[in-house]
Design a protein around this ligand. Structure first.
Ligand code: NZQ
Ligand code: ZN
Length: 401
């Protein structure tokens, strides 16, 4: 077990109806004027936005709005939000939605204090030193942004999707009301669950050790998701399934599932290879859902790297699926590891996720574009479990067609 620092300062307010308590919490913390941020309209249709506004009004909190944040949020929305935040002198940013909306809100929160363009932070020309406080109302469990230090933003003009990390953008309070997720389409539910499993796997396969307690927490969350996701898809209004999935999404990404697996105590565990491979897809075609891209890229990455440390993959196979090699021969180890990766991919497919990049309409000719943005994002070599060169990345992308 490696040394680590665990910092999760967010207050999570979880359960039925917590959406109606937003105003009260905002008032208790002394904020006066919020910037509400939301997406393409789901929160309007479901009535969630109206509930949040009513709750704010009751508590005497003023608010202004930024709407229309799209999935894979674009930097233009962030710029728009920064202008609204400045004009109205807001003291809180309050996204109501999923990872895309929350990430847009996070970028507004630190972009407000920057004299130059907010993309500077993503282009590594500026560092986050200050941010407005954030509170969020989560409507889709997936990205884990409600508890994470991450913020991922796209820039269509250069086909880029880059992330930044800072503890300053972890929300102060996150409201998790599982009933808000009853309206999620099966595809979004499935993509969200895939993303959660990927967040755990990126850390589990950090390449820098293991920890019994963390490994049990991590794989216990995956087993919960394997049990509960089919229930939520079959019965969208099953509260227990939705609640278990929602909390799993937070735990998968607030760094609990990585404690002791860090290479450097103060850094997040994991090399985040599958995420790096996926982000180039959803940057190239912004209609690609992040979790769906991961459903294809993560198994492809696993098949490419497992020989680097077969025992780590055997631990995963045993803890998640109860798969053990029949003996110690190389062949038996390969069979067991392959069976576990196959089973994981089959689970994603059963939920309705794609298994091949062609299903997104992507073509092998597009790989050069993925590699160009991957290089701009990660350099010539990246990864922790196994160092991945751009040529390796090409082989992994090819294997995913
Ligand atoms: O835009 P609206 O109309 O609200 O619809 C959304 C959107 O189309 C819809 N939706 C959300 N809640 C709903 C609902 N539909 C019906 N009922 C509800 N209750 O779902 C769609 C997807 O929303 P989005 O916010 O894009 O989903 P998600 O939470 O998966 O976020 C994905 C983004 O987060 C980034 C991804 O790369 C992607 O850009 N990530 C952020 C991370 C972080 N900040 O820590 C980590 C992740 O690895 C990830 O990279
Ligand atoms: Zn993710």
């Amino acid at each position: 077990m490696n040394d680590f620092e665990f910092y999760s300062p967010t207050r999570f307010v979880f359960g039925r109806g917590v959406t109606d308590a937003v105003g009260q919490h905002v008032a208790e913390l002394g904020y006066k004027r919020a910037l509400l941020v939301y997406g393409g309209g789901s929160v309007v249709r479901t009535g969630t936005l109206a509930r949040v506004k009513e709750s704010l009004a009751k508590a005497g909190i003023e608010f202004v709005e930024l709407s229309g944040v799209r999935p894979n949020p674009e930097v233009a929305s962030v710029r728009e939000g920064i202008a609204v935040a400045r004009e109205n002198d807001v003291d809180l940013v309050l996204p109501v939605g999923g990872g895309s909306t929350i990430d847009c809100a996070k970028a507004i929160a630190f972009g407000v204090f920057h004299d130059g363009d907010v993309w500077d932070f993503f282009a590594k020309k500026a560092v986050i030193e200050q941010a407005l406080p954030l509170m969020c109302v989560l409507t889709i469990p997936a990205a884990g942004s409600e508890g994470s230090s991450s913020c991922v933003i796209s820039n269509d003009s250069i086909d880029a999707k880059f992330g930044v990390n800072s503890d300053l953008i972890r929300p102060k309070v996150s409201f998790l009301d599982p009933e808000l997720t009853f309206t999620l389409p099966a595809y979004q539910t499935a993509a969200g669950v895939t993303d959660m499993i990927a967040h755990i796997c990126e850390r589990f396969f950090s390449g820098t050790g293991s920890s019994e307690v963390t490994d049990n927490i991590a794989t216990g969350i995956i087993r919960t998701l394997i049990n509960q996701a089919p229930v939520a898809i079959a019965e969208p209004e099953n509260y227990e399934a939705r609640a278990n999935i929602m909390w799993s999404g937070t735990l998968a990404h607030n760094d609990l599932a990585g404690c002791g697996l860090n290479a450097v105590p103060t850094s997040r565990a994991g090399g985040w290879e599958s995420h790096a491979l996926e982000h180039q897809l959803s940057a190239f075609d912004t209609s690609i859902t992040h979790g769906a891209g991961l459903a294809v890229m993560m198994p492809a990455w696993m098949r490419f790297v497992w020989r680097e440390d077969p025992n780590r993959f055997l631990a995963f196979a045993d803890l998640v699926f109860g798969i053990e090699p029949v003996d110690e021969t190389e062949e038996a180890v390969e069979d067991a590891v392959t069976a576990a990766i196959d089973e994981l991919q089959a689970f994603f497919a059963e939920l309705g996720m794609p298994t091949k990049l062609g299903e997104f309409g992507l073509k092998p000719e597009n790989i050069d574009s993925f590699l160009a943005t991957l290089k701009a994002n990660k350099g010539e070599v990246f990864g922790g479990f196994k160092k991945i060169t751009l040529e390796d990345a090409r082989v992994i992308y090819e294997s995913a067609f």
